[in-house]
Design a protein around this ligand. Sequence first.
Ligand code: LLP
Length: 422
Amino acid sequence: MLPGAPHLARQGGELCLEGHALSALARQFGTPLYVYSRQAMRDAAQQYQRALQGRRHLVCYAMKANSNLAVLQTFAQAGCGFDIVSGGELLRVLAAGADPAKVVFSGVGKTRAEMQQALLAAVRCFNVESIPELDRLNEVALSLGRTAPVSLRVNPDVDAGTHPYISTGLKGNKFGIAHDQALATYRHAATLAGLKVVGIDCHIGSQITQLAPFLDALDRVLDLVEAVEAAGITIEHVDVGGGLGIAYQAEVPPDAGQMVQQVLARLDQRGHGHRELLLEPGRSLVGNAGVLLTEVQYLKPAEAKNFCIVDAAMNDLMRPALYQAWMGVEACTLRDGPASVYDVVGPVCESSDWLARDRELQVLPGDVLAILSAGAYSMTMAGNYNSRSRPAEVMVDGDQVHLVRERDEPASLFAGEHLINR
Ligand code: LLP
């Protein structure tokens, strides 16, 4: 069994996901190819839901982590709601069959058009991050003759101890309403006729591997709930955001069950056990459910380094280039022979185009590598740089294999472009 990925295992020399040999899937569908385990996603959702049993709750999958329609469908069927951040995500999640009454709309820069779209769809709640956003939402709601349910995203000013690019709960971040302005902002919201205050939320960052930051943030949020209710404004739900980390390498993050238990215990201790609890997990629901398969093209020994040049690149998987993220690499079929240390790199014309550095691999051209823990923030962050088609996506589910997204047709990449007629 590989770190954090219970459905990924070697059978004989073959790396398999839910029993399906990945090298065979690579041959069948071509590379680069994302492959996801549906059972791994269901199990991850269950971990949250089991711990929440008997409590009023909603697990809103943060779909920015992986927004393939079949992934959304899987979570909708598992009873989850969704955390969205754009009109595009709203369209997608409705296309997957989600119930808008289970959708919360986050994000620091919602446009008028997005507000309108979400009000007409009747989403459950807007997570609002500033006074100007409250004012705009109020205007849009009044113009449509609707009332917008709002939660204020507060910035609890705790250090999540994670990468600076994915840390969001500190004072210097663009996110949320400062703790010391939150009460005044709630008072302002309560004066606006187009809004109805329903909740409070926070999100302190991503890939957090300790429990303490979540509990510290919750304490700060509950302090505010008490102050806001003392001012006569009712708060129905508390949304603790997402952020629980996964094992990429040697991390040992708490499991979702532990995290939820501790959050519930703290709510109870502080006399808030009656409130509905919302969570917005992304990575911990999908990260370890997926791999990216890529074929070795060339081995290029160089003076300082050996390069293993593969057919996936930074446009397919941006996390290493953007965050210097470490992602596991495994040969799909084990072979004998001496291992060498390689940087695994793509064909894109950038030095930042690498997927893994200094890895010991026994490989030859034509072999297939699996980049592990690529279920979250991988395909959703893919692009078409160098006019490269984004990968296809496959979902395995027991003995079934489903192609859930086709590889970009090369000509589709310029289908919306126009030559100038002169
Ligand atoms: N809620 C809000 C408001 C968020 O901004 C996020 C993630 C989540 C929930 C879900 O957080 P999670 O449970 O996945 O940690 N691209 C980066 C991660 C960016 C996270 C952005 N916000 C990466 O590849 O590491």
